[in-house]
Design a protein around this ligand. Structure first.
Ligand code: 13P
Length: 341
């Protein structure tokens, strides 16, 4: 086993720290900027990400690593410092999204396959030279009438495992992200069933492709009902069901599990993580790898205005601190309320 990979994977999930997913593709960040009335220019994207990476307390205390989009990995801050250096100076690890997105899968209507394996070995080499020490690949599994199908789950799991193998050969820790979406009106039981199936298939493929579990991080969804489901679940239920499915499917050799937020509210994402950690007796670390649940508040506070940078950094730092407490099982509604004080 490659000791460098193990060390990086452990750092990514070290106590009270989690990952900032700031790897929105050009089209996704445009959607986020549209919502706050900001034009998605290269400069605005740079300014926004620079303010996050210059949030000292958040980056030093709560953020173990940042997932970047290709553009950001190559970008320089206003004063000419590479953005990657800002992250490194804070003691955080730069990472890179390497998938090319989920595309409609041929002969599987309503399902997608994540692309990006062609030429990946070469790109990983370049990313390593830019300072990236971990990577991310997201497979998307939707729940609906007759889906997911075994064919689409198998294809996505195979691609995830091939990606993970290529990463490890390039000395880069793979974040393996099979996301079961929370769109739709299905109940929590259906999410459980699909998540269990997907994780079983994914770990089977990781084994076939010789991926060392000690040198990876899993990024799964939580077990939640669909957003449009009539019956929503309590925090305790989500925590119990999510831990149950992970214990049933994720080997203890995996050092850590860093959840995606997937469209949960900021506070739900924090409360769910906290409740899981409080259950205790877990074979792996649990933490966050949130995109929206860490960035919705700072984006709103910033709204593209230079005079709002400090307020945006405060909003980001607050969410990062709340999630850090959650990863330690020490979050509470009272802590959350301190924000206004
Ligand atoms: P969300 O936390 O917004 O789901 O994003 C995390 C991520 O990286 C999805 O791939």
């Amino acid at each position: 086993m490659n000791a460098e990979l193990e060390t990086i994977a452990q750092k990514m999930v070290s106590d009270g720290k989690g990952i900032l997913a700031a790897d929105e593709s050009t089209s996704t960040i445009k959607k986020r900027f549209d919502a706050i009335g900001v034009e998605s220019t290269e400069e605005n994207r740079r300014d926004y990400r620079e303010l996050l990476f210059r949030s000292d307390e958040a980056m030093k205390e709560y953020i173990s690593g940042v997932i970047l989009f290709d553009e950001t990995l190559r970008q320089k801050a206003k004063d000419g410092t590479p953005l990657v250096s800002l992250i490194q100076q804070a003691g955080s690890i730069p990472g890179i999204k390497v998938d090319a997105g989920a595309k409609p899968m041929a002969l599987f209507p309503g399902e997608t396959i994540t692309e990006g394996l062609d030429g990946l070995a070469g790109r990983l080499k370049e990313y390593y030279d830019f300072g990236a020490r971990f990577a991310k690949w997201r497979a998307v599994i939707d729940i609906g009438a007759g889906i997911p199908t075994p064919g689409a789950v198998a294809a996505n799991a195979h691609a995830l495992a091939r990606y993970a193998a290529l990463c490890q050969e390039a000395n880069i820790v793979p974040i393996v992200e099979p996301e079961v979406l929370m769109d739709g009106d299905h109940g929590i039981e259906r999410c459980y069933e699909v998540t269990e199936y997907v994780l079983r298939v994914v770990f089977g493929e990781l084994y076939q492709q010789r991926v060392a579990l000690e040198g990876m991080v899993l990024k799964p969804n939580m077990v939640v009902p669909g957003k449009k489901a009539r019956t929503q679940a309590s925090v305790a239920q989500v925590a119990e069901q999510t831990v149950r499915v992970l214990k049933a499917t994720v080997p203890a050799a995996v050092p850590g599990i860093a959840f995606l937020s997937g469209g949960q509210s900021d506070e739900d994402a924090t409360a769910h993580l906290d409740a899981m950690v409080k259950l205790g007796n877990l074979p792996w670390k649990l933490t966050y790898s949130y995109g929206r649940a860490l960035q919705a508040a700072p984006q709103k506070a910033w709204s593209g205005k230079a005079e709002n940078v400090a307020a945006a950094q405060a909003a980001f730092t607050h969410r990062a601190r709340m999630n850090s407490l959650a990863a330690l099982g020490r979050w509470s509604a009272e802590q959350e309320a301190k924000k206004a004080a």
